[in-house]
Design a protein around this ligand. Structure first.
Ligand SMILES: [Zn+2]
Ligand SMILES: [Zn+2]
Length: 555
């Protein structure tokens, strides 16, 4: 992975394949939709869906079409459970729509809005700008009411479709039970005007507040709330209602005129909710429905991220560790059918890979013609904004990891100077461009966060303000001979990292000390440990003046 991209990992032809499929639809404005429930903090994996939608939009615009993306916030879904961190009472709110539950932090209109806003705030960083549609508000529109009415009038057809799709793998007995239960089934549930619930019971034993009768002549709806027992007969237009899950989706496609929608594998499997929705689109709404773009999940450290279990690796957390362009790169590079497994402890390697990929784009690395072509196609899609004309040099992340932890010792001015020196040397620059300078503190901050949260012992370095007494006690006379000799090295000509590294070996030999011991002594004096970051570079980072003072303090 370090020197070259394994070519088989790239299959970005998926982008043009999908766009070709979408272009078959002859519409004025291509509308690519995404959607998410607000049951708990939304994890980074969902951003894959947003990025897929975004690149489809970009490619359509490139093809001279008018295109936009949508993000449907499913905040009208009822509460089944709360993630462990939530302080609200589940007994009080279970069965009520997320849009009716208060925001425990007090900053948003509802629990659902808070969950969605956490994600929406990161949209500009990730370079996505979908129009946000709140499902709770959508249901208040005459268009959605009309779609609901269409579904009620086509209840028979919808029953047939569900029997065909949901019961297809049932055995005879299950199938007979299902068909029996569908005889009185309607595709609409109502929010009880008395208790505010759209369903009774919590996870595992849910009874929807489904309507029991609909009269197409009078538009009257009847139901008896399974939660509080309240009975209602009222016109559809006076009630707060919601379509059943498999019907709600195609109704939204119809109302929002969706041309294309990426969907995770849980929904996009053959015969699953997407396919059911397409059938409803055809037989109930009289159109084809959107182009289905199925994609695989994003895992963190090999695990699916389940909001309900409280395992959260949110887009905000990602941005505290790595750039949005790296995320876009990671989700765009493999085919849609491939699961992406993000290992946070490998972020420095991923950043190195992306940095190199970026240099390839700017012609600063030797690669094959094929790789260059791939890079030309993919790199612009990885950037949240337009591609800068000239390459902006990036501080090596692994250098930033150690350097960022030296702020307290060296002060930020010295740190920035050191970082600029590294950039000048690496790229043969006389001056570091402003854009590159501006990026240094961002990278340092991410590197420090990464080291604290995911780094190993080796990546975390703490320099005590002075050498502790118990460390001084371990230093022998032989060690001091070595240190005195090494002081001479530091007072001489400035040396680069590698030269300095070799000088440690040379100096050790010159005083008859084992190399290993020499390194141990220096690490102890500097960081009170037996090992640490590569010494030559670390000494240069701290600077001769600082190191000399430190060594003299133990002589
Ligand atoms: Zn809030
Ligand atoms: Zn009720």
């Amino acid at each position: 992975m370090s020197n070259g991209f394994p070519e088989e990992e790239y299959s970005i032809h998926w982008i043009s394949d999908v766009v070709d499929q979408v272009l078959v639809r002859d519409v004025d404005v291509y509308r690519i939709s995404t959607g998410k429930s607000t049951s708990g903090s939304i994890h980074i994996g969902f951003v894959r869906e947003l990025v897929i939608a975004d690149v489809i939009k970009r490619k359509l615009i490139e093809a001279g079409k008018s295109a936009r993306t949508l993000f449907v916030v499913d905040d009208y879904d009822p509460v089944r459970s709360f993630p462990p961190s939530v302080s609200l009472s589940l007994d009080e709110w279970v069965g009520k729509p997320y849009s009716d539950v208060p925001d425990e932090f007090g900053c948003c209109q509802s629990f659902g809005a808070h969950v969605a806003n956490e994600l929406i705030e990161t949209f500009p960083a990730f370079g996505v700008d979908p129009e946000v549609i709140w499902q709770s508000k959508l249901y208040e529109t005459p268009e959605m009411q009309e779609a609901t009415r269409i579904c009620l009038r086509n209840t028979e057809t919808i029953r047939d479709i569900l029997i065909e799709y949901v019961a297809r793998d049932f055995n005879d007995e299950q199938k007979a039970d299902y068909i029996e239960s569908m005889r009185t089934w309607y595709p609409v549930s109502a929010i009880c005007p008395s208790c505010g619930r759209i369903q009774a019971g919590a996870k595992g034993e849910i009874v929807p507040n489904r309507i029991t009768d609909y009269n197409p002549e009078t538009d009257m709806v009847s139901f008896t709330c399974p939660s509080c027992g309240h009975s209602t007969d009222a016109p559809l237009s006076e009630l707060r209602v919601k379509l059943s899950w498999r019907i709600d989706w195609p109704a939204k496609w119809y109302v929002l005129n969706v041309t294309c929608e990426p969907a995770g594998k849980d929904h996009s499997v053959k015969g699953g909710s997407f396919d059911t929705g397409l059938e409803v689109s055809k037989r109930v709404f009289g159109w084809d429905g959107p182009v289905k773009v199925p994609f695989e999940w994003v895992l963190i450290g090999g695990r699916a991220m389940a909001t309900s279990e409280g395992i959260i690796f949110s887009p905000k957390v990602w941005l505290s560790l790595a750039s949005p362009e790296l995320y876009r790169y990671l989700v765009l590079k493999p085919g849609l059918e491939r699961a992406i497994d993000l290992h946070p402890e490998r972020i420095p390697d991923m950043i190195d890979e992306f940095d190199r990929f970026e240099r390839v784009y700017y012609g600063l690395e030797d690669v094959s013609e094929d790789q260059r072509e791939l890079t030309e196609l993919l790199y612009p899609l990885c950037l949240p904004e337009n591609v800068p004309e000239e390459y902006i040099p990036k501080l090596p992340f692994k250098f930033a990891v150690i350097t960022s932890q030296m702020q307290d010792i060296l002060g930020s001015t010295t740190i920035l100077e050191r970082c600029e020196q590294v950039l000048k040397k690496q790229y043969g620059l006389d001056e570091v461009p402003t854009e590159a300078k501006d990026m240094i503190p961002i990278r340092l901050h991410r590197a420090k966060t990464w080291a604290q949260e995911y780094g190993t012992e080796r990546d975390r370095v703490e320099v005590p303000a002075s050498v502790p007494k118990e460390i001084i006690d371990t230093i022998t006379e032989e060690d001091r001979d070595f240190l005195r000799e090494f002081v001479g090295v530091l007072k001489g000509e400035p040396l680069d990292d590698e030269e300095l590294q070799s000088k440690v070996f040379e100096t050790a030999r010159s005083v008859g000390m084992k190399d290993k011991r020499a390194f141990v002594v220096l690490y102890r004096v500097l960081i009170s440990r037996k090992s640490g970051p590569r010494l030559g570079g670390f000494l240069n980072l701290l600077g001769n003046e600082w190191v000399l003072k430190r060594i003299k303090s133990v002589l």
